[in-house]
Design a protein around this ligand. Sequence first.
Ligand code: NAP
Length: 540
Amino acid sequence: MAKGVFTNESTYKKFLEDGKEAEFDRLFDEAVTRVRTGFGKSFPLYIDGEKVYASEQIVERSPIDGIVIGTFQKATREHAKAAINAALKAFDSWAKTDYKQRAAVFQKAADLFSANKFDLAAALSCENGKSRYESVGEVDEAIDFMHYYANELLVNRGFVRRTKMTASTAKVNAGFQGAPGSAENVTIAMRPYGVFGVIAPFNFPVSISVGMSVGAMITGNTVVFKPSSTDSMSMLTGLKIYELLKEGGVPPGVFNYVTGPGSEVGDELVANKDVAGIAFTGSRSVGMGMIAKVYGNRMQKVFVVEMGGKNPAIVSRYANLDDAATGVVSAAFGFAGQKCSALSRVYVHESVKELFVSKLIEKVHTLKIGNPLEKGVYVGPLIAESAYKRYAESIEKAKASGSLLYGGNRANTGMNGFYVEPAIVELRQDHELVHKELFVPILCLITYKDIDEAISMANDVEYGLTAGLYSSKRSEIKAFTERIQAGVAYVNRAVSATTGAMVGLHTFVGWKDSGLTGKGTGSKFYLPQFMREQSISVTK
Ligand code: NAP
């Protein structure tokens, strides 16, 4: 890709536009067969480019059918410390590597991801139960991140700028603010911090892991990467990322792959004074916990943190109800409601409630639940039993003090996994389920009388990630865009009410308790978060 030019990978769209959908399906199906033949093996950690084995292991199973994906190492604090030391050792030379060379490494890696996209997508589907479209789309997003960040580094010339002051003809005996002086050449550079701990969630294990890791490394930091390894696991795709980045030219020690529990490996990254920064995406409780721990202990650490969501959409009486129903269904039930951007609250004007609900149910009814590796299946399994328990408990709570409009049962798919029906529940705004992130396919429906009330209710949660509005009335669109407290807001988007941000087109950023820095991924303000500014003045 030429400097300054960024285009999205958009694989499925290109196949469709070329009339090659059958080929897309064939490539994915063949990749699934290929990837599955590699299952059941034992995989190491990679520290300083070397294979490392621990005394205990973790078995990762597919949420689709419980089949063993592989056995991974259960790293301890000692392994985490060894990886931190390796990253520390590699930092000096990586930080000094010319920025154009660093950009070239990740451009090459992006091309390798692109060449292997179907295998990576197949591994992702097996590992976390996404449909082929979601998985290929996620791999595309990882490729987009690499190209976008490489481009940003090049366009900004490595984030270095030079200024100068010419010598003054006036002379003074003592200095003061603004005093005339001799000629100064000043270099203002953004410099990497050092070692970053990259702690990733299970639900976008390819794109988010790549986005955070590449953000840290392309700016000159080194990384200890910990994929999700407990309960909901993403160690297989984590390993594939390691392998492709290595092949792309990331030197030993710059990117270390350490699987192990968050409470041990993750906590060591957080607590260790040699880790200068943490890039974390995950739940609010874990994210806030690590920030409190570091600053509570009066430590210095930089955090680039993205957390949960409780995302609303408003369906006005002036909405195109067909578009709204399509967008709401896709946002609420894609990947079984396990996206941080998933829609979980829909505010419907009371006058259109009945019609909208009937359209919604008609659409939800057509969603196929089952093995996500099969074409046409829309709702795959929940990631783990804990998620199923959360679903079942929430349904009981909704039934007790609200009404269940659709779904609510375990789906009978004949598969050895936790499959559930998408559920729609009608609740009052003050219900606990309207405020808590559930991360399962439950959509809370609340009626409203006027748009200001709807926007206030949409804002009345601790989170502020994504939000949507369906309305053709200009004054409502204006009120929504001016008042909505969300980092990512969409108006009248039929493809999805709240999900599906594209690198370079949108930014993806959490406000309030959904994030920390107010700067989003896939946008021009992302990379500076991984660097600190330094001004060096040399007097001639
Ligand atoms: P999670 O439970 O918070 O786990 C995220 C990561 O943190 C995992 O790698 C986990 O490791 C690790 N971890 C757990 N306890 C830790 C500790 N004490 N110290 C350090 N690390 C620790 O989140 P998840 O269930 O994987 O992902 C879902 C959550 O992520 C949802 O809340 C979702 O909204 C959020 N999310 C947000 C975004 C966004 O961009 N805003 C994107 C995706 C997901 P182990 O699994 O090995 O314990």
